[in-house]
Design a protein around this ligand. Structure first.
Ligand code: NI
Length: 169
């Protein structure tokens, strides 16, 4: 947090199925697995392109969250379905050690492409919808603390949730 790259709009990917895009996705997957994250956006590893990855069978950082299919999403477009919001706790690998209560649209449609250029079009809700919104925000220069409405619900993970396993984020 504080790096200008995380505060700018990332560029669209123009060419799919290239060695460069494959290498970027592979680096992102390694980084996310190493950090045990639920998702990651390319700007978080220093690449200002509209690429996010997310998904897990089970995540230690979000033990109650249902599985989200492992997904590579390029040039995403989000469409909220309705105006319902849900507040949920989020962390971010770019804001280590912290957690905040963030309102997100409860239900949305997302569209985009996988790394080979195959179209993706899904309607999701709950934690899946939350993860997508968090990651796509990264492509527009938005970090989750900017979305917190009640800053008394922002703090250090070990203070907010004492006794929980400490995480690197
Ligand atoms: Ni993040």
């Amino acid at each position: 947090m504080g790096d200008l790259l995380l505060l700018q709009r990332a560029a669209e990917v123009a060419h799919f199925n290239t060695p460069g895009l494959r290498a970027l996705v592979s680096d992102m997957q390694d980084t996310m697995q190493h950090a045990n994250g639920a998702g990651l956006a390319a700007p978080q590893i220093g690449v200002s392109l509209r690429v996010v990855i997310f998904g897990f069978e089970r995540n230690e950082r979000y033990p109650d969250a249902p599985a989200v299919p492992p997904t590579v999403l390029v040039n995403p477009v989000l469409t909220p379905l309705g105006t319902d919001e849900e507040a949920g706790w989020e962390g971010c690998l770019s804001v280590p050690g912290m957690r905040g209560l963030v309102p997100r649209f409860a239900r949305l449609r997302y569209q985009g492409f996988d790394a080979r250029g195959k179209a993706i079009d899904r309607t999701v809700d709950g934690f899946h919808a939350r993860v997508v919104q968090h990651e796509v925000d990264h492509l527009d220069g938005i970090l989750y603390p900017m979305r917190i409405r009640d800053l008394t619900k922002f703090g250090f993970q070990d203070v907010l949730f004492p006794g929980q396993e400490p995480q690197d984020d």
